[in-house]
Design a binder for this molecule. Structure first.
Ligand SMILES: NC(=O)c1ccc[n+]([C@@H]2O[C@H](COP(=O)([O-])OP(=O)(O)OC[C@H]3O[C@@H](n4cnc5c(N)ncnc54)[C@H](O)[C@@H]3O)[C@@H](O)[C@H]2O)c1
Length: 324
């Protein structure tokens, strides 16, 4: 298949691009590099552009069979401080991208959604039928886009897969691409940077949650596993599959303390950290029921937590060579 990948120069997108290429698909990356990196797209064709530039997107859509849409603003905390940025980029520009798609022959669309659309779930594990009640503008912007896809499916025959990721983590096992966000807000890279001394003491938010060890529980999913789910989803749609919303997680809840213990095991060093107050609105536990992705897409996660941390550790140690 020939696939347009928006946001393919970012963290998750660059790993998905590798999985798509390995499965024999032809990829064109479309990215404005606002948070992405040219180096993460090395070896692939990249068109530098904004998803809101409908004319430019339309040109890139010629001859394509599908779109995979990663491009977005993706910091929960920032979305609370700057909601206009999130609604502009993820909703307004996202809708312009959809206009370009509807003006083309493409009718298969894979979307990066998120567990943040669920907000604070009333029961665990989180299935796709759990009510979607986001508690921040980031989650709300992603949920809006899911609604737009559902409506365009009915009115324009646009078949889609909305893939709701849990916590993406890890790096490509070959060490050439990985997570490089600035600022970095994710736990595992911050823990590894604290070990290396390239970032200060890790702050752990909250130690008296209603969880077995008092720290938050999350579902960490390897970024290459996310990538392979996109291959399955785009092939499922190409084979005539109906639109689907699917969680992408391991189904395992892992506490922050367990992550820190794994980082210490993998690196052989202590993680300098301190406990600080919990962030308002941070749910105690979030983990997926990944059954639908397994049953309908034939996908499941392969990497263990140790695999996630060790690939991230290899990447983190090589990061100085990657940086400009
Ligand atoms: N990382 C996670 O844990 C996680 C979890 C759930 C969902 N997601 C979603 O996955 C997607 C990728 O996340 P990521 O962590 O790789 O983020 P990222 O910032 O590394 O990647 C986003 C990419 O999109 C590009 N981009 C942003 N706005 C654009 C625009 N208007 N036009 C063109 N390109 C644009 C950026 O330059 C970047 O390359 C996002 O949609 C995010 O919401 C990520």
């Amino acid at each position: 298949m020939r696939i347009l990948v928006t946001g393919g120069s970012g963290y998750v997108g660059s790993h998905a691009v590798r999985e798509l290429a390995a499965a024999g698909h032809e990829v064109l990356i479309y990215d404005n590099l606002v948070t992405g990196h040219r180096k993460l797209s090395q070896g692939f064709e990249l068109v530098e552009g904004d998803i809101g530039d409908t004319d430019k997107v339309q040109k890139c859509l010629k001859g394509k069979d599908a779109v995979i849409h990663f491009a977005a603003s993706a910091y929960v905390g920032e979305s609370v401080e700057k909601p206009r940025k999130y609604f502009r980029n993820n909703v307004e520009s996202g809708l312009k991208l959809l206009d370009a798609v509807l003006a083309s022959d493409v009718r298969s669309f894979v979307f990066s959604s998120t567990c943040a659309t669920y907000g604070v779930p009333r029961q665990l594990p989180i299935s796709e039928d759990t009510p979607q009640e986001p508690i921040n503008p980031y989650g709300a912007s992603k949920l809006f886009f899911e609604h737009a896809l559902a409506a365009y499916n009915v009115s324009h025959g646009l078949r889609y897969a909305a893939l709701r990721y849990f916590n993406a983590a890890g790096a490509h096992p070959d060490g050439t691409i990985g997570e490089y966000h600035d600022p970095e807000t994710h736990l595992i890279p911050l823990a590894l940077k604290a070990v290396l001394g390239t970032k200060p003491l890790l702050k752990v938010f909250g130690c008296d949650f209603d969880t077995p060890d008092g720290t938050c529980v999350r579902d960490f999913i390897h970024v290459s596993d996310l990538g392979s789910a996109h291959v399955k989803a785009v092939e499922y749609l190409a084979n005539g599959g109906n639109s689907i919303q699917a969680n992408l997680g391991t189904g395992r809840g892992t506490s922050i303390k367990e992550v820190l213990a794994t980082v210490e095991k993998v690196t052989g060093k202590p993680v300098p950290h301190e406990f600080v107050d919990a962030r308002p609105g941070d749910p105690a536990s979030l983990y997926a029921d990944p059954g639908r992705a397994r049953e309908i897409l034939g996908w499941s996660a392969r990497f263990s937590l140790e695999g996630i941390v060790s690939t991230a550790w290899d990447w983190e140690q090589g990061l100085p060579a990657f940086l400009p």
